[in-house]
Ligand binder design. Sequence first.
Ligand SMILES: Nc1ncnc2c1ncn2[C@@H]1O[C@H](COP(=O)(O)OP(=O)(O)O)[C@@H](O)[C@H]1O
Ligand SMILES: [Mg+2]
Length: 144
Amino acid sequence: MFKKILYPTDFSDVAKSALDFVKQLKDAGAEEVVVLHIIDKSSLDALAMYTSKDFLQIEKDWEASAASQMSSIEDELKEAGFEVKVRIEKEIPFIGILKVEEEEDVSAIVIGSHGVSNVQEMFLGSVSEKVIRKAKKPVLVVKR
Ligand SMILES: Nc1ncnc2c1ncn2[C@@H]1O[C@H](COP(=O)(O)OP(=O)(O)O)[C@@H](O)[C@H]1O
Ligand SMILES: [Mg+2]
């Protein structure tokens, strides 16, 4: 049931707790983890619209920062004995997560209940809510 895990992360504290949970799934038979970060396409579009010549540099810095955070997660999971695949995509976050769920044919998704916005009054975050609603595979929600 947990052989191949999809772990989407926005690098928030809640997503980090979800990573601890992913590691614990080793004992439940998890072998492979697909670590996924989505660079929000609509934020990129907004950036392109409201900044001028710096846009490409900001986008590059954004990608570089994502790549470096992904690489430390990759190391951490490899050290824990997992086979790891890292993916960074430019998409609307929930759509990207659902696309990769299909493409990678994962067994389950482990996601944080909340993310960087972490609005106190919200029962679920905007991304986790849509993923739970629309995913085909079981979703494990790690609470904040
Ligand atoms: N851009 C993203 N790329 C990958 N995973 C994401 C992204 N945004 C959110 N997630 C996942 O969804 C979880 C919930 O985040 P989200 O629904 O955005 O909450 P919030 O609205 O509090 O930011 C995160 O802990 C993370 O696992
Ligand atoms: Mg969010």
